[in-house]
Design a protein around this ligand. Structure first.
Ligand code: TXD
Length: 331
């Protein structure tokens, strides 16, 4: 029987629960196992799906030589004592559906999965991936009862990776030489920051003209849609999986890495009481610090436009899904 492999109750090997055995969850689980970073519990609402993926990945281990355990399950009891919980569960946006609509579809899923997971892993760090990402991170934090530092959303690592990739392609240089940052909500209103991008220390603005940079910015802002349009069904998953992996590795390794993530703001960038993409220092304690970088007037205005859109969606989702404050308490 491989469908439910139980790890020892007291574990030294870190344990990561991945909620949602879809494209992103599977890509992340594979990377965690390949890199031997943690034992993985993959959980999904569909019977058999996480068990099948877990069995497949376990068999890949026979060839690739990895020795981490992967458990596929539909039972939250198997997620107990996880160090990190990643939530990718949800439905994709259908044609004609607004981000608001999606929040009301995925909100109840995220609320329920966080409730179930936190009850078994009260010390865990939570990384939210489900869209609309910044709204889901807020709901997850509300329902978890955790300090806000222990809840973060993944989008900035992915959006910045896309920006870096397009810069590297335009200059024909290795992407590892490119450093770049994208702020704001995960969506068309995200704010790539060309004036903070560098190539081996050289400001991007000295290497490319303004019109070219603007094209790369726009391609980044529509980076997810470009892949959806090419694939026709489904969306990006390898780069999102790799992005979450970087965040999990920063937490488990207590690496104090500077990574962009959706974090709770308490006045940084003159924004309050929302999760939105900003540069963070990430380590074992979760979001250890939010870093404030200098923005010009247009960037500050763009960030605030993005924040207003997120805040509107949060208010609607909170009013509809968590009308009673009692519901927000830890289970
Ligand atoms: O940068 C980012 N944050 C994003 C976010 C990048 C890529 C994908 N982004 C979002 O992540 C995407 O819009 C979705 O909201 C999630 C997951 O994307 P994925 O591509 O993995 O979606 P899939 O393949 O449809 O998988 C979703 C899985 C699927 O197996 C469902 O059965 C499962 O979620 N699901 C659930 N699991 C557990 N519990 C519940 N309630 C549940 N409902 C659905």
């Amino acid at each position: 029987m491989v469908s439910r492999i139980h790890a020892a109750s007291s574990h030294v090997i870190p344990r990561v629960t991945v909620v949602g055995a879809g494209s992103v969850g599977n890509a992340l689980a594979k990377r965690l196992i390949d890199q031997q970073l943690a034992d993985v519990v993959l959980i999904d609402v569909v019977p058999g799906r996480p068990q099948g993926i877990a069995l497949d990945l376990t068999q890949a281990g026979a060839i690739e030589g990895h020795t981490r355990q992967i458990t596929g399950t539909n039972d939250y009891d198997d997620t107990a004592n996880s160090d990190v919980v990643v939530v990718t569960a949800g439905l994709p946006r259908k044609p004609g559906m607004t981000r608001d609509d999606l929040a009301l579809v995925n909100g109840p899923i995220v609320i329920e999965t966080v409730r179930q997971a936190i009850a078994r892993s009260p010390q865990a760090q939570f990384i939210i991936v489900t869209n609309p990402l910044d709204v889901m991170a807020y709901l997850a934090w509300q329902v978890s009862g955790l300090p806000h530092q222990q809840v973060m959303g993944m989008a900035g690592v992915l959006d910045s990776a896309r920006f870096r990739t397009f810069i590297a392609m335009a200059l024909n240089v290795p992407v590892t030489d490119v450093s770049a940052l994208v702020l704001g909500g995960h969506g068309d209103l995200m704010v790539p920051l060309p004036n903070h991008a560098t190539v081996s220390g050289i400001p991007l603005t000295e290497l490319l003209d303004a019109a070219t940079i603007q094209r790369l910015v726009q391609r980044t802002q529509h980076g997810g849609a470009e892949i959806v349009n090419l694939l026709k069904t489904g969306g990006a998953h390898y780069a999102p999986g790799a992005s979450v992996y970087a965040m999990v590795a920063a937490i488990l390794g207590d690496r104090h890495r500077i990574l962009p993530a959706a974090a709770y703001l308490t006045g940084e960038y003159q924004l309050h009481d929302l999760f939105i993409g900003v540069p963070c220092k990430i380590g074992a304690q979760g979001v250890e610090a939010v870093l404030e970088v200098s923005l010009d007037q247009a960037q500050q205005a763009a960030l605030h436009r993005s924040a207003e859109a997120v805040q509107r969606q949060v208010q609607r989702a909170m009013a509809t899904l968590m009308p009673s404050p009692a519901l927000a308490l830890q289970p």
